[in-house]
Write a protein that binds this ligand. Structure first.
Ligand code: MGD
Ligand code: MGD
Ligand code: SF4
Ligand code: MO
Length: 884
């Protein structure tokens, strides 16, 4: 029996995973999850052998060797550097890099190429928190730990849909609340499943968080909830911050009106905060991804600093990190405005890092932040860009413009494990080793460094990212400085830099790990930083409980937050909010290929309040066209009373590979927070109109392939056990699509030798076709009127790839009538339990708790991610009962 411990590659909770004889499970010994995994973590096993991996370097589509590829990059970088200067080269990397990948890329760019033009998708994710932390604490530090959530009496969730995005941490909070009675206040314009389980939900108008927290600060002052001794000893800037807050927020009534909240709810929230000592404020992208992101962060930090609620058990502000290594990337200095190891561009820092690296060309000023970086690509200042472990053609705002920039760029290099909309734009595609195939470390939201360990061989010629960057560096002439033989070599150097001439000036110090030998690195147990060399200063899971901030006067700084205009223009536009769904990870390169993860929400849906829908003649399940000045998309609509009027929500996940709608980021504006450079991905103003649907279709195929439809067909693709299912929807007559047998064969990917079978009932607009090759069902397509849901296609889906005797063919197509019943939504993806089964059982009076549903149907008993939805179904049914 072989057992290996590693870390989940998805969210910043950083759960431990054990691999036992090839089977994956939660690591009971890991202090982040104690054995739990969410639906995505539990499905990791199904991602190990996903098809279509990139396995060889591709130069303009031609297979190339590593030697040829790496020599080419080194020669081009050298030439561009000499001709145009170092700033003509850029790296755009990722919070999904391991710390070791990040360290090498950062060192190459900032110490050797000699530019700071390395930025990361963390700019879209964590930059506002980084800026807020640095302004308040003097360094980018999350002061608390996960146990604080369990020891708090009040937990705020601000712009954080934890039940879907940080599920295991959410479960820990729910368990603690059952025992301790923790109060939970959720602050989010949408009534998310997370908000559903809170004691108080404040559905504030988007972008009004600063007002709400400025109001809280003035309230704390008024009711005497400040900690004056603490303020006197450890904080500066209090008077200015309170003064600014008072000027922006004259009264609770003012906050309520501006944020569109009930005044009694605002007061209830303020009172709860004022009288509860143990408060944790969790926040995520509803805070960070905003034009006022950094100000939102500091408005929150101000309240915790003023009340002295930081760094002690059960209290503190807590920035939830997004990606598995969002934190590690900041530790190495992977953002363009950082240098390395929590040092920025102060001359003494630059000199220190230069000496440590023996760097010939150290960068002395910040480089381009993500949005600017792609602008610099567009206007030709950047002539070569290396993109790794991120998919900006889909995930950057104004994605269309990003694509245009890349299309014009003389040299685009992309390292990825799967083909994406970004690799499609690369001159050189480099095959990366993926999770399970590479070694290194990641740091989670509570500053805990955990090992990712390889337990599979990388396919073909795929290699770890650090290796690629080190190879290019060596071929550019820096052989000795990049002579790493393993991830452990890199980690030791990184750890040594963190404690180099540190003497307590920087809290990020992991000097104790700088001497790990290979065996100790291999065996490294999850550890929180700081961890200094023996006899070092700070340590422990919480920081700043006794002050000691890393600022020149050792005091934290409260920042006066001036509220910029929050007024809404009086037009007919809606605010496009974007974000995540439970079972998908970003641009779906992994989760979008796992059939059962596509069953919770099967396609890109635009959520819209009933009133906004009615005003536009949009029906539930119908289509809508959504347009911004940057792009348009047609999406299927879910009418949802959990939305505010005036806002719509679309998931960020779908791409051109998965839907005709493509990435929602084609529409997103690239407006940034002036402090952090983070784009406001939650606030694009859009127009939404109904699109008439003339028919609906379901295409089942064994192979994915391309769908060459024009503008008039909306489609989305989902993997199923036997192949792929495509939802189709036409906004022009069906006859324009199925014009000929040839067109039909293209749709079904049926070669000339394939046999076609058809069934039609024109009176009811029912048309069905199947293609068979050697008697096996290759593909079939069902067309019907717009309200059809194709429940009868289930059997056809099961039959894909199977032999179908002539007698069975027609009956398969004839099936039952196209029925109007709802296709069941899978609530529990671990055990495939559908909503209708759960509802039916609840109606029959069988269950009154999620635990009972679990006992009977197993739903919610594995990863627990669906427990909030089970609770919601129970509450809905109870409400119906009361109403009746
Ligand atoms: N299932 C899943 N989990 C993930 C990921 C994933 O792709 N899928 N990605 C990971 C990553 S990288 C990240 S960054 C995290 C993100 O985790 P979250 O930040 O929790 O997720 P989002 O859905 O982006 O946005 C959170 C909420 O912000 C709200 N919001 C929008 N505007 C405002 C506002 O003005 N004020 C307030 N208070 N709230 C607002 C939205 O309605 C939304 O519910 O998730 C991580 N976990
Ligand atoms: N509208 C909108 N846009 C958003 C957001 C939003 O809320 N709304 N959120 C933003 C946020 S917070 C984030 S974090 C970003 C995420 O956006 P991206 O980083 O673009 O999303 P991913 O799909 O995670 O991209 C990671 C890529 O790395 C590849 N990969 C996986 N493992 C490896 C590896 O080991 N090495 C290499 N080289 N490649 C690998 C994957 O196949 C995938 O293509 O999106 C941002 N964009
Ligand atoms: S909560 Fe889920 S996605 Fe996040 S680390 Fe844990 S198992 Fe992975
Ligand atoms: Mo993120």
């Amino acid at each position: 029996m072989t057992t290996l411990q590693t870390t989940c590659p998805y969210c910043g909770v950083g759960c431990g995973v054990v691999v036992e004889n090839g089977a994956l499970g939660g690591d009971r010994g890991h202090p982040a999850n104690f054995g739990r995994l969410c639906s995505k973590g539990a499905a990791l096993e199904h991602t190990l052998a996903l098809p279509d991996r990139l396995t060889v370097p591709l130069m303009r589509g031609r297979e190339a060797s590593w030697d040829e590829s790496l020599d080419f990059i080194a020669a081009e970088f050298t030439r561009i550097r000499e001709t145009h200067g170092p700033d003509a080269i850029a790296f755009y990397v990722s919070g999904q890099f391991l710390t070791e990948d990040y360290y090498v890329a950062n060192k190459l760019m900032k110490g050797f190429i000699g530019s700071a033009n390395i930025d990361t998708n963390s700019r879209l994710c964590m930059a506002s928190s980084v800026a807020g932390h640095v302004r308040a604490f003097g360094e980018d530090i999350v002061p608390g730990c996960y146990e604080d959530l369990e020891e708090a009496d009040l937990v705020l969730q601000v712009g954080a849909n934890m039940a879907w995005c940080h599920p295991v941490l959410y479960q820990r909070l729910m368990v603690a609340r059952d025992m301790r009675g923790t109060k939970i206040v959720n602050i989010d314009p949408r009534r998310t499943v997370t908000a559903e389980t809170a004691d108080l939900h404040l559905p504030l108008a988007p972008g009004t968080d600063v007002l709400l927290f400025n109001g809280l600060l003035t309230h704390l002052a008024e009711v005497g909830a400040l900690d004056h001794d603490w303020l006197a000893a450890h904080v500066s800037g209090f008077d200015e911050a309170l003064d600014a807050a008072r000027r922006s927020v004259p009264s609770i009534a003012f906050v309520a009106a501006a944020a569109d909240l009930a005044a009694e709810d605002v007061r209830a929230f303020y009172d709860l905060f004022a009288r509860t000592e143990r408060v944790v404020t969790l926040y995520s992208q509803g805070v960070n991804q905003s034009v006022s992101g950094a100000d939102k962060v500091n408005a929150i930090l101000n309240c915790h600093l003023a009340a002295g609620r930081i760094g002690r058990a059960g209290m503190g502000p807590f920035s939830l990190t997004g990606q598995p290594n969002a934190m590690g990337g900041r530790e190495v200095g992977g953002l363009a405005n950082q240098l390395a190891a929590h040092m920025a561009f102060a001359p003494a820092d630059v000199d220190r890092v230069r000496r440590f690296w023996s760097a010939p060309n150290i960068a002395s000023r910040p480089g381009h932040k993500a949005v600017d970086m792609f602008e610099a690509v567009a206007d030709g200042r950047v002539k070569a860009i290396w993109i790794a472990a991120t998919n900006p053609a889909d995930s950057m705002p104004r994605a269309g413009r990003v694509r245009e920039a890349l299309a014009k760029c003389p040299l685009v290099i992309v390292s990825d494990a799967w083909p994406t909309d970004t690799t499609a734009l690369a001159h050189l595609v480099l095959p990366a080793a993926a999770w399970a195939e590479k070694d290194g470390t990641v740091t989670n939201s509570e500053r805990r460094i955990s090992r990712q360990r390889a337990f599979r061989a990388a396919p073909g010629a795929a290699r770890p990212d650090w290796w690629m960057f080190a190879q290019v560096a060596r071929r550019m002439g820096w052989e000795r400085e990049f002579s790493y033989a393993s991830a452990a070599d890199i980690f030791r150097e990184h750890a040594a830099l963190s404690s180099f001439e540190n003497e307590g000036a920087r809290v990020f110090d992991i000097g104790a790990l700088a001497t790990l030998d290979a065996a100790a690195y291999d065996a490294l147990a999850p550890v929180q930083w700081p961890c200094q060399k023996l006899g070092g200063g700070r340590s422990g899971p919480r920081l700043f409980g006794q002050g000691g901030f890393p600022t020149p006067d050792r005091r934290a700084r409260m920042i006066p937050i001036v509220v910029r205009s929050e007024g809404r223009p009086a037009d007919n536009l809606l605010t496009l909010n974007t974000g995540r769904i439970r079972d998908q990870w970003h641009t779906m390169t992994r989760t979008g290929r796992v059939p059962h993860l596509m069953t919770h929400i099967a396609g890109p849906r635009l959520a819209l309040h009933p009133r906004d829908a009615a005003a536009r003649g949009i029906e539930d399940g119908g289509l809508a066209r959504i347009a911004s000045p940057h792009g348009t998309a047609v999406l299927r609509v879910t009418i949802d009373a959990a939305m505010r009027t005036g806002d719509v929500f679309a998931p960020m996940h779908w791409t051109d590979q998965f839907s005709s709608a493509g990435p929602i980021d084609r529409l997103a504006h690239a407006v940034i927070d002036p402090v952090s450079g983070q784009p406001d991905l939650k606030g694009t103003r859009v127009q939404v109109v109904a699109v008439a649907e003339s028919w609906r279709g379901l295409l089942l195929r064994r192979s994915a392939g391309d769908l060459a439809f024009g503008e008039n067909v909306h489609w989305s693709k989902a993997p199923i056990a036997t192949g792929f299912a495509f939802e189709l929807s036409g906004h022009a007559p069906l006859a324009e699509l199925v014009v000929s047998e040839q067109a039909l064969r293209r749709l079904l990917r049926a070669p000339a030798e394939a046999e076609l079978v058809s069934y039609s009932d024109p009176k009811r607009s029912v048309f069905r076709y199947a293609a068979l090759l050697d008697r096996r069902l290759e593909a079939c397509v069902f067309f019907a009127t717009p309200r059809a849901t194709f429940a009868e296609a289930d059997r056809a889906a099961q039959m894909l790839g199977r032999i179908l005797e002539p007698t069975a063919r027609l009956s398969l197509l004839a099936g039952v009538e196209a029925c109007v019943a709802h296709v069941d939504k899978i609530v529990c993806s671990c055990f495939s339990v559908g909503e209708s089964a759960i509802r039916a059982a609840i109606r029959a009076g069988k269950f009154i708790s999620a635990a009972e549903i679990g006992a009977a149907l197993r739903a919610g008993t594995n990863c627990g991610s669906c427990v909030p939805e089970l609770k919601k179904l129970l509450t809905e049914s109870a409400q119906l009962h009361e109403a009746a």
